[in-house]
Design a protein around this ligand. Structure first.
Ligand code: SF4
Length: 458
């Protein structure tokens, strides 16, 4: 099959060219039920959307091309991450509204589907039972529109990984807690077929999936192909990530006899050599989130692949707030564990660092998998097993709420006057955000004021 590489010039024509060059609509029956699957992992108005979520500009363009083709039955479906940042509004709805997709849907008479609420079809992916939105499994033509991004757990997040949004909320968690994330992403793409992939590269994101830790760059590129494997191989290559080292692509290649040899892929449009970048995917949570505010003393080892995005994003926001509100503060020797399998991670680090004086177990997974650190302790929040051992703090929840996470961190790490000051400051800011008179900006977000970053794309 063909992969097209087209520079995005702001016009519908560039998108049309990308679809035509890869013969993207060749097999599209105008009477088919068409599903557009963007990447709206989550959307909070506070967070810069660039490179994190699919631009509404591309969704709008795809909708126009489908209508031109004669399609009448068009849906946009997503299952945004739930229980994030203590939000009350249904998460996918917030995502559709926050990106402006709801307006596109209204303009063209497109149905919006929230995959978090089913109906689902239960499938067995290599022994792991998961629920997938029936709309995604039963659609006549699936257009998969991910963003061009690297990812701190899976190296890249493109067409293959975007389909994870079709899972029920519990199944998303199971992908991580089963410790088989890559294998399951591969199997998911066997169960749900993308008929056309359009990688939205107006922006690309380094160290994704979100812009709390990740950094967006302007790229102005569209990558399109009817073959999800080839689109992801080309996308990863452009990001500077060797696709043969992306485990789910490797697994898929082995199972289907596919090659990573880029010279064997028919590429139309731009010359791939001139588009190659060198983006980083690795991400050290403590360094990236706390060092901009020169906050020291908290170590948060990389959680591996067992951490769900809901836990990860809420913790990233909590640490960013803690750092921002306490710039230059040294917390001493604090360790924070999250996700599963962290005892092994801890073991690796022992001997290279002084023993922590305080340990936080963030989320039910970390609490479960580090029982030795807190068993037999009656006091659930603040415990010390024996003299000399670290104080252990449990932040419960699946995922924990942002409010509880901040409260436990503040109580454990700040003196009373500083804690009261932070509480007062946060309350005022929250009121300011609600009244739209205050906008939270974290260090590193100043770049999004540059003219490269255009809010009208959302
Ligand atoms: S505690 Fe966090 S990492 Fe564990 S299943 Fe729940 S959301 Fe996922």
């Amino acid at each position: 099959m063909t992969v097209s590489l087209v520079k995005f010039d702001g016009s519908l024509d560039s998108l049309r060219k990308a679809v035509e060059l890869c013969h993207g609509f060749e097999k599209l029956d105008r009477n088919a039920r068409v599903l557009i699957k963007p990447n709206i992992c989550f959307r909070h108005k506070m967070m810069p959307p660039y490179g994190m979520v699919t631009t509404t500009k591309i969704i709008d363009g795809v909708a126009q091309l489908l209508l031109e083709h004669g399609c009448k039955d068009i849906s946009i479906g997503e299952g945004s991450i739930i229980n994030i940042f203590d939000e009350l509004e249904p998460y996918t709805k917030r995502g559709f509204r926050g990106t402006g997709i709801d307006k596109v849907a209204g303009k063209y008479g497109i149905t919006m589907v929230d995959f978090n609420h089913g109906p689902f079809r239960e499938l067995d992916l290599g022994g792991v039972k998961v629920k997938i939105a029936r709309t995604a499994v039963e659609t006549g033509f699936l257009i998969n529109i991910p963003v061009l991004k690297t990812h701190f757990q899976t190296k890249v997040s493109l067409g293959f990984k975007n389909l994870k949004g079709c899972l029920s909320p519990d199944s998303k968690k199971r992908f991580h807690t089963s410790k088989r994330l890559d294998a399951l992403i591969c199997l998911l793409n066997e169960a749900v077929k993308s008929d056309l992939v359009i990688i939205d590269g107006i922006y690309m994101l380094e160290k994704g999936p979100e812009t709390l830790a990740g950094t967006a760059h302007r790229k102005d590129l569209i990558i399109a192909s009817p073959d999800v494997f080839e689109s992801d191989v080309v996308g990863a290559t452009i990001l500077g990530i060797d696709p043969a080292r992306v485990d789910y692509l490797k697994e898929y290649a082995q199972r289907h006899g596919r090659s990573f040899d880029i010279s064997r892929i028919q590429i139309e449009g731009e010359d791939i050599e001139s588009l190659k970048e060198q983006l980083e995917w690795r991400f050290e949570p403590d360094r990236e989130l706390l060092s901009p505010s020169r906050t020291t003393g908290i170590s948060a080892p990389h959680p591996g692949q067992t951490l769900c995005s809901a836990c990860g994003a809420t913790l990233a926001l909590a640490l960013s707030i803690l750092g921002k509100d306490n710039p230059g503060m040294d917390f001493g020797s604090v360790e924070l564990y999250y996700g599963l399998g962290l005892r092994a991670e801890k073991g690796k680090r022992e001997g290279t660092r002084p023993s922590p004086t305080k340990v936080f177990l963030y989320g039910d997974c970390a609490i479960r998998s580090n029982k030795g650190l807190h068993k037999n302790v009656k006091e659930r929040i603040h415990s010390r097993l024996s003299k000399g051992s670290p104080q252990v703090f449990l932040i419960e929840g699946c995922p924990p709420t942002l409010t509880n996470t901040l409260l436990v961190l503040m109580k454990a790490l700040l003196g009373k006057p500083r804690m009261l000051r932070m509480l007062l400051l946060r309350t005022l800011k929250l009121i300011g955000i609600r009244l739209r008179v205050y906008r939270e900006v974290f260090p590193g977000w100043e770049r999004y004021r540059l003219k490269d970053f255009d809010r009208s794309h959302f």
